[in-house]
Design a protein around this ligand. Structure first.
Ligand code: NAD
Ligand code: LMR
Length: 326
């Protein structure tokens, strides 16, 4: 019997990230080999026509695993019975803005979408990409009856950026680098942590060049989004789509033995991160669930940086509480 298609809803389908993401999903990269997908594209009414144009191109690409495409301007219909929700639709920042500056403009999108997700399938997995991603995920989760562990926000792009920088510095391929962590917020306060990082299974901790770490690596990764906007003239799109694919693929298919990844998930209080905040942690995935890697010793250097990013998340939560969004 042919396998049942997995319903994947993508919001902001006519945007830059949507355009890069949809073709990879249709090619089967999101869930794994041989899994058919049905795409549901959600857009605001003014952009529905553009999303329909993308749907025509998806048809023209003759993807063998693509079961069909539906285009919606109504969140309840787009999420009804869905198995994977990729919440991309939101305004990107422009030069000189911080992602938190988008809170008021974008926060309002995620309350009704959280409510609409109540109609999703029981196994739904939600990834928020639209910025500020962590707090938007908190808004969606707080307004939904879907279990909290199904809501995540994307720090996989930051994780991949850190892998890229390390591979360049050490002259290795990304696949040789493991155990990198992004802690906290998908913002300039995030903490890319290499304390436990290994290359070819050997820890680099004691050999790391401290001035490179503090003056180049950490700020470079944390501010890479702004660097892309500056150089490219628009916010990251294909790399963001690739990270969204990686995030869901890992969530569904698991992490590599002996490695972990980074994802922003609802905190259970681990590592002193207040319960309920959507914060990035080192995580493993198995059987369709993320779990925080436990028992890592946190140095004073790391503690200070984790706390700074988590404090920013606390402030963002207070701001959206004031806006009546959570
Ligand atoms: P874009 O402006 O090209 O596309 C956004 C799309 O969302 C538009 O087509 C718009 O019509 C649509 N949209 C707006 N409100 C919507 C709603 N309520 N429902 C459905 N669709 C809606 O932007 P983009 O470059 O694709 O970026 C999208 C978001 O992703 C931005 O907020 C950006 O900052 C963020 N982003 C996050 C990461 C990350 O790592 N978490 C990385 C890159 C970009
Ligand atoms: C990124 O990290 O590239 C995105 O969050 C876009 C941005 O505003 O930086």
């Amino acid at each position: 019997m042919a396998p049942t298609p997995v319903n994947v809803t993508v919001t902001g389908a006519a945007g830059q990230i949507g355009y890069a993401l949809l073709f990879r999903i249709a090619a089967g990269d999101l869930l794994g080999e041989g899994v058919p997908v049905r795409l549901r594209l959600l857009e605001i009414p003014q952009a529905v026509k553009a999303a329909e144009g993308t749907a025509l191109e998806l048809n023209d690409s003759a993807f063998e695993l693509l079961d069909g495409i539906d285009v919606y301007d109504d969140a309840a219909q787009a999420f009804d019975g869905t198995n994977v929700g990729l919440l991309v639709g939101a305004k990107p920042r422009s030069k000189g803005m911080e992602r938190a500056d988008l809170l008021e403009a974008n926060g309002g999108i995620f309350k009704p979408q959280g409510e609409a997700l109540n109609g999703a399938a029981d196994d739904v997995k939600v990834l928020v990409v639209g910025n500020p991603a962590n707090t938007n995920a908190l808004i969606a989760q707080s307004n939904s009856d879907v279990p909290a562990d199904r809501f995540t926000a994307m720090t996989r792009l930051d994780h991949n950026r850190a892998l890229g920088q390390l591979a360049t510095k050490y002259g290795v391929r990304v696949g040789q680098v493991s155990k990198v962590t992004i802690w906290g917020n998908h913002s300039a306060t995030q903490y890319p942590d290499v304390t436990y990082t290994e290359i070819d299974g050997k820890p680099i901790g004691s050999e790391v060049d401290r001035s490179w770490l503090t003056e180049e690596f950490i700020p470079r990764v944390a501010k890479r989004g702004a660097e892309i906007i500056e150089v490219r003239g628009a916010s990251s799109a294909a790399s963001a789509a690739a990270a969204a694919i990686d995030h869901v693929h890992t969530w569904v298919n698991g992490t590599r033995e002996g490695d972990w990844t980074s994802a922003a998930i609802v905190s259970d209080g681990s590592y002193g991160v207040p319960e309920g905040l959507v914060s990035s942690f080192p995580v493993t995935a198995s059987n369709g669930k993320f779990e925080i890697v436990q028992g890592l010793e946190i140095s004073d250097f790391s503690r200070e940086r984790i706390d700074a990013s988590v404090n920013e998340l606390v402030e963002e939560r207070e701001a959206v509480q004031k806006l009546g969004l959570v």
